[in-house]
Design a protein around this ligand. Structure first.
Ligand code: GLU
Length: 276
């Protein structure tokens, strides 16, 4: 009897091992492992931290893609990735992926890979609601303009308008908004969807307005370490997200009530299989 139950226990252990192996084999993610995803923490509607909650279009797109790669919600660890730190964070292994209003650019592609794009925005201007003389980048002569260190927004202004504009660089767009509300700068520049989210917060509503004349094309990519083998799987997941209606639902959810409408000629993007 004793011998029989020992045998049974051994059989049960072997069966459970085999089952664990099969389950692990089903998923592309190791159940013990977390995936660290870089997002912004202070861009309402895109990447926003509120206590232990993370919300925004980038955050929910990241959740969807991670799910398609086999990660459950509790395997995701969100890590703040400010504009200037994104390439470094991918290169030194602090994050596995970045979803942070991260424009695909040739200079960034020298050090990181991009899947996507999953969204196309355009650079615009944010001014105080009572402003009447700034309608586009050509009206910025002699003005103080705020943008963020390490962003394509600051780079483009420097390349195109540096001679006539006094560029004030901050670490985040929320810091730029403080400077705008305080009268320290005349305008803030970055992507239209970011500016719309900032202007729509309770604190800023009615005080700030987006000019609404985008002057660049910003293709948001999923930042990945150089040499990644994940582009194909991520791009497949992005195309599924568009096809099953999730993309439209998420854009609507996070821009509703801001007065912002995405550019329907450039959205939704349809990434090809390989890296962007
Ligand atoms: N999309 C631009 C960039 O990647 C501006 C937004 C940002 O700084 O995250 O630089």
């Amino acid at each position: 009897m004793k011998k029989y139950s020992r045998k049974l226990a051994a059989l049960a252990a072997a069966a459970s091992l085999a089952l664990t192996g099969t389950l692990a084999g089903c998923s592309s993610a190791n159940n013990d492992h977390k995936i660290r995803i870089g997002i912004k923490f202070d861009q309402p509607g895109l990447g926003y931290q509120d206590g232990s909650q993370y919300t925004g279009f980038d955050v929910d797109v990241a959740r969807y893609i991670a799910g398609k790669l086999g990660y459950s919600e509790d395997q995701i660890e969100f890590v703040e990735s400010p504009s200037a730190n994104r390439e470094n964070m991918l290169n030194n292994g602090q994050v596995d992926m970045i979803f942070a209003t991260y424009s695909i650019s040739d200079s960034r592609k020298k050090t990181v890979d991009f899947a996507g794009p999953y969204y196309t925005a355009g650079q615009d201007l944010l001014v105080r609601a009572d402003n009447t003389d700034i309608h586009g980048p050509d009206d910025l002569n002699g003005k103080n303009l705020c943008s963020v260190t390490g962003s394509t927004s600051a780079q483009k202004v420097q390349d195109k308008f540096a001679k006539n504009v006094n560029l004030v660089k901050q670490n985040s767009y929320s810091d730029c908004v403080v400077a705008l509300n305080g009268g320290v700068v005349d305008a803030v520049t970055t992507d239209d969807i970011i500016l719309a989210g900032l202007a729509a917060t309770k604190a800023n509503k009615g005080k700030l307005k987006v000019v609404g004349a985008p002057f660049t094309t910003e293709r948001y990519g999923v930042g990945l370490p150089k040499g990644t083998d994940k582009c194909e799987a991520v791009n497949k997941a992005i195309n599924e997200m568009v096809a099953d209606g999730t993309w439209e639902r998420l854009v609507t959810k996070y821009t509703e009530g801001t007065g912002y409408h995405y550019n329907t000629e450039k959205n939704p993007p349809s990434p090809s299989a390989s890296c962007a």
